[in-house]
Design a protein around this ligand. Structure first.
Ligand code: 5GP
Length: 174
């Protein structure tokens, strides 16, 4: 299959600068907290690794995995948890780190799921936010960049398991 045509939208330099800004804000907001950072596999792994290394407060880490997209760009419109976290979160501050919020269904489901375990607080940090594409109302507490539309890859985000390793972010051109 031919390489898909794609156009760079956020360079690695721009990404690193923005991630540092978010990390500074999170470090201020969670001083003295018993913070658990929950990364959503697989897309958020690179963002989360950069983010926690740029923070200057300690945190625990765990991971969850949900399936909402198949091997392509189409959403199933249904969210299923395929890997739960293993850390006890009762009474702790939880920061969910997500690659991209699109319809909002994944984050609505996950925040509901984790809330039932009575954490002290739950906030969401998304690298990208497609705010105009929401099917349900959902507001992230920290957002790297807001984008309008288009399918993006790189910096952990894939298309059919390709392109995750790219250090910059691209939009796939049809
Ligand atoms: P939502 O439930 O908000 O519609 O979908 C969130 C999930 O859809 C993200 O975690 C991500 O896996 C996937 N997704 C949504 N838009 C994109 C995109 O432009 N590129 C990639 N690679 N994944 C996307």
């Amino acid at each position: 299959m031919n390489e898909m045509s794609k156009e760079i939208i956020f360079s690695r330099a721009v990404i690193q600068k923005r991630v540092q800004e978010i990390a500074d804000q999170i470090s201020k907001d969670y001083v003295g907290s018993d913070l658990v950072v929950v990364g959503i596999l697989r897309g958020a792994f690179i963002f989360m690794a950069d983010l926690i290394r740029m923070m200057n407060i300690p945190c625990k880490v765990d991971f969850a995995r949900v399936a909402s997209y198949g091997a392509g760009a189409e959403s199933f419109g249904k969210v299923v948890m395929t890997k739960d976290i293993e850390t006890s979160i009762r009474g702790r501050d939880i920061l969910i780190v997500e690659d991209i919020i699109d319809t909002g269904l994944t984050m609505q489901y996950l925040t509901g799921w984790l809330s039932e375990r009575n954490p002290r607080s739950i906030k969401v940090c998304a690298f990208l936010d497609k705010r105009k594409k929401r099917k349900v109302s959902f507001h992230a507490d920290y957002v790297g960049f807001t984008i309008d539309d288009g399918f993006v890859v790189g910096y952990g985000l894939d298309f059919d398991e390709k392109y995750r390793f790219l250090p910059d972010v691209y939009v796939i051109k049809q």
